[in-house]
Design a protein around this ligand. Structure first.
Ligand code: PGA
Length: 248
């Protein structure tokens, strides 16, 4: 059975003070949480979160990485730097990176490869735009996004990848995919993996992301092929985030 994973994506939010309160509140509410819980925080707060989480069951992640080891890449952050702060997870290919920073499928695949080669677990985000859904292209888009990664890293690597299906029209909009819409695509993604390797398809976690909140989390997470959530807005409110963590 796949473990439920709940990952918070703080995006470009927080401050030292907010980080302190948010992490302390999450930690104190985690007693009965059985899911794996990850918080992907802005780079400047990683050291602070590393110190706060200590050896608790709260895991630290980053929101992006640069594919180079080090050097003249102003403003960028390498995997070694991310690992230096005890992080074991990194979001790759978030739709905001794809649309605002022009990351295409090939760049995203390279980032997945660099993360894996350096023992960081990538949370690989895929998902279609509203126009693509409306013109019946959802499966085509999602399958191209995932296939580019399979082509570069191989299907076996998906044992160490967390996939996050995030329909772009649901991110930050308050419009959540219905459990059926989400389950249909999750099962489609799993079928793509299964075409390459049946066993890998059974163990790869596929999270749903896009306006998940305490009210809709349980119905989504209880779908057969939905193994948890990647949470944006609701991960900035400790009580909402904790409720989602307990929703499975
Ligand atoms: P949201 O963001 O929960 O605010 O819709 C999800 C995401 O961007 O990962």
């Amino acid at each position: 059975m796949r473990q439920v994973i709940i990952a918070g994506n703080w995006k470009m939010n927080a401050s030292k003070e907010v980080t302190n309160i948010l992490v302390m509140d999450i930690l104190s509410g985690m007693v009965n949480v059985k899911s794996k819980v990850i918080v992907c925080v802005p780079f400047p707060y990683m050291a602070q979160v590393e110190a706060l989480v200590g050896c608790s069951q709260l895991n630290l992640g980053a929101q992006d990485l640069n594919i180079n080891k080090s050097g003249a890449f102003t403003g960028e952050v390498s995997v070694d730097m991310i690992k230096d702060f005890g992080a074991r997870y990194v979001i790759v290919g978030h739709s905001e990176r794809r649309s605002l920073y022009f990351e295409n499928n090939e760049i995203v695949a390279q980032k997945v490869q660099v993360a894996l080669n350096n023992n960081l677990t990538p949370l690989l985000c895929i998902g279609e735009l509203l126009e693509e859904r409306n013109s019946g292209k959802t499966q085509e888009v999602v399958s191209e996004q995932i296939q580019t990664v399979i082509d570069l890293v191989g299907i076996d690597a998906f044992k160490d990848i967390i996939v996050a299906y995030e329909p772009v029209w649901a991110i930050g909009t308050g419009i959540t995919a219905t459990p059926k819409q989400a389950q249909d695509i999750h099962s489609f993604i799993r079928s793509i993996l299964a075409k390459h390797d049946e066993n890998v398809s059974k163990i790869t976690p596929i999270l749903y992301g896009g306006s998940m909140n305490p009210r809709n989390a349980s119905e989504l997470i209880n779908c057969k092929d939905i193994d948890g959530g990647l949470i944006g807005g609701a991960s900035l409110k400790a009580q909402d985030f904790l409720q989602i963590c307990k929703a499975s």
